[in-house]
Ligand binder design. Structure first.
Ligand SMILES: *[C@@H]1O[C@H](CO)[C@@H](O)[C@H](O)[C@H]1NC(C)=O
Ligand SMILES: *[C@@H]1O[C@H](CO)[C@@H](O)[C@H](O)[C@H]1NC(C)=O
Length: 596
């Protein structure tokens, strides 16, 4: 049929033409001002989807699309991204962040040294392939009060918190902001805690209701807490998780932070120690401190047994942080900590061969303290950790915390690198005894000592290997360098009179040195990350006679990233507009009608 055939050809070419024009969505997170997207040289308006996410759909007829964003501020000034973005046809549209060229980077994963802790449930919050954006809004007067008195632990502010990632935006209208930390309350860049993260439909932030935003003031690389956490994850110990976040408060930039777990939060504890299942009993948790120059004398939490008297000063460093707010902390220490250290003491004296104190996680934590040179943690300075009792399982867990003083930061880098295992810890304060009662007792049994050596052996062959850690560091640097540069350019908010560590005026060059150099070049009695790692591996492998393989071993596979990608609805960035789809299927019907 002559007529039908030529009509078919005409219709078919119309169809091809229409399909070639795709609608592509562009999504950008903009804190202030109004964003526009420029696609193939032409500028388009964007509409607010849900603050701070703006969106535009643009018809595009060829891929890859070249585009970028610009922002027009309220005062009429504007700013254009200095780089060009690119999108392939099959790529989904993600929430991009204005002025950051990197949105998602799939990092090389760390090989597992051991299987994960059996009761640990990963949270998608800790998808670390992107930098999250955290926007906090609070009463400005209260905020200024917090900046003026960051050491006041009672100050809190009701907050509206927005969490934005490349995949989603979540708003929490009833959150609570406070300043976080102990000694870090006195430094120029403050750390924060956000509690009560429950959305209006009662959903938490990926199974977390409380988080910390750690300033990493002491760490010019921002990476030490993160890399330390990666090594702990490779060991499968229950541990606080870390990822990066850029933070804004009341529209002002405050910097790049390590978003981490609030260890005493019940939500964290049950996800980490109980597969997310609600506990039926109250489980005690204690913070343990180190205070060699305290008014009551040199006190520190070495987990030693100092008799049955609760007034013994060495018991004053344990403070109860659990949910029971009717019983005084001291009573909890008397009822729970004294029986624990008594039991450790009985084990040390060979009166018992078992303990409720979990040996496996403790030894793994100690191995990393040594390898990473954790100068401010239990083995070196007995303090800065938590003790958690899972009552139903009849187990006490040592839970280490705060690793920003590691890998050659926090003082004495030479001692921290060069002190051999046989001589560890390098004594710092003559008022602090070198004994570490549970560790000494555990290692006095040959089978445990062999197990400890085996942990080092596994670590050096898997995650604590330059092949693994260097490439991981490089990948994180690619992800955060723009945010690090930004961080160093913004003023610090603390108004405290008599701040400390103000001389640690790190800058972006320090960042670069600390993350790239394998040499001993840096300021303020610190050494670069890779320099520390390389030297530590050389010394420990020699001391323990461990043959470090050229290529790390992956027999147990890699630590998995809890990707948020899978949780996104099947929304696709590139879609044909509805009218076109209807039109082309209508044509298909028409064609079949005239042909048959
Ligand atoms: C955008 O990035 C450039 C280069 O890093 C920087 O100079 C500029 O201040 C940034 N602008 C904003 C609004 O962040
Ligand atoms: C929250 O935890 C439950 C198990 O406790 C898990 O099945 C779920 O995937 C978690 N959700 C997220 C978003 O991580």
């Amino acid at each position: 049929m002559k007529f039908g055939k030529s009509l078919y050809i005409i219709l078919a070419s119309v169809k091809v033409l229409l399909i070639n024009a795709d609608k592509v969505s562009f999504k950008v997170l903009a804190i202030n001002g109004t964003p526009f997207v420029t696609v193939n040289g032409q500028q388009y308006e964007m509409t607010l989807e849900e603050y701070p996410l703006y969106k535009a759909k643009v018809e595009v007829d060829k891929f890859p699309v070249e585009y970028n964003y610009n922002i027009v501020y309220a005062d009429g000034s504007s700013e254009q991204e200095s780089f060009s973005r690119k999108r392939e046809k099959e790529e989904k549209s993600l929430n991009e962040f204005f002025n950051r060229s990197q949105t998602v980077i799939e990092h090389p994963q760390v090989p597992k040294a051991y299987q994960p802790f059996e009761f640990y449930e990963p949270s998608k919050l800790y998808d670390d392939t992107h930098v999250s954006t955290i926007i906090i809004n609070v009463d400005n007067q209260l905020l200024q009060q917090m900046y003026q008195n960051p050491t006041d632990q009672e100050l809190k502010a009701n907050a509206v918190v927005v969490y934005a990632s490349p995949y989603s935006v979540k708003t929490f209208n009833n959150a609570i902001l406070s300043i976080s930390g102990q000694s870090t309350r006195g430094v120029p860049k403050l750390s924060y805690k956000l509690k009560n993260l429950k959305s209006d439909d009662n959903k938490e932030l990926f199974n977390r209701s409380s988080i910390k935003l750690r300033a990493e003031h002491m760490d010019p690389s921002f990476l030490r807490d993160k890399i330390y956490g990666d090594i702990l994850n490779s060991l499968g110990v229950p541990a606080a998780q870390n990822k990066f976040a850029r933070v804004f408060i009341n529209g002002q930039p405050v910097g790049l932070f390590d978003l981490s777990d609030d260890i005493t939060s019940g939500r964290y504890l049950r996800e980490t120690f109980n597969k997310g299942e609600k506990y039926t009993q109250e489980n005690p948790i204690f913070k343990a401190d180190y205070c060699p120059s305290c008014g009551i004398g040199a006190v520190y939490s070495d987990l030693g047994y100092y008799g049955e008297d609760i007034n013994e000063p060495m018991y004053a460093v344990y403070s109860y942080k659990g949910d029971d707010n009717t019983t005084p902390s001291m009573t909890h220490v008397a009822n729970e900590i004294i029986p624990l250290v008594r039991e450790i003491n009985a084990y040390a004296n060979y009166q018992t061969e078992t303990m409720s104190f979990d040996i496996d996680t403790f030894l793994k934590y100690m191995a990393v303290e040594f390898l990473a040179g954790a100068i401010d943690n239990y083995w070196n300075k007995p303090g800065n950790y938590f003790l958690y009792k899972d009552v139903a399982k009849g187990k006490w867990y040592f839970h280490d915390a705060d690793f920003h003083f590691s890998f050659g930061v926090g003082g004495e880098p030479d001692l921290m690198i060069n002190t051999p295992l046989s001589d560890y810890p390098p004594i710092h304060d003559p008022k602090v005894d070198k004994a570490r009662p549970p560790l000494d007792a555990i290692l006095s049994r040959p089978e445990n000592k062999a197990r400890f050596t085996q942990i080092f052996d596994r670590l050096l062959k898997t995650s604590f290997h330059t092949g693994s850690l260097y490439s991981r560091i490089d990948s994180f640097v690619e992800l955060i360098y723009e945010d690090a540069q930004w961080d160093y350019s913004i003023p610090r908010v603390s108004q405290l009179v008599g701040q400390h560590d103000t001389e640690l005026n790190y800058n972006f060059d320090d960042f670069l040195t600390h993350v790239t150099s394998t040499q001993e070049v840096s300021r303020f009695e610190t050494v670069p990350l890779k320099y520390f790692i390389r030297n530590k591996i050389a010394l420990v492998s020699q001391e323990l006679g461990i043959q470090v393989p050229e290529q790390y071993e992956t027999d147990l596979g890699m630590v998995e990233n809890p990707s948020q990608k899978a949780s996104v609805s099947s929304f696709s960035g590139t879609s044909r507009s509805l009218s076109m789809v209807v039109f082309s299927s209508f044509m298909a019907m028409f064609i079949s009608y005239i042909l048959f």
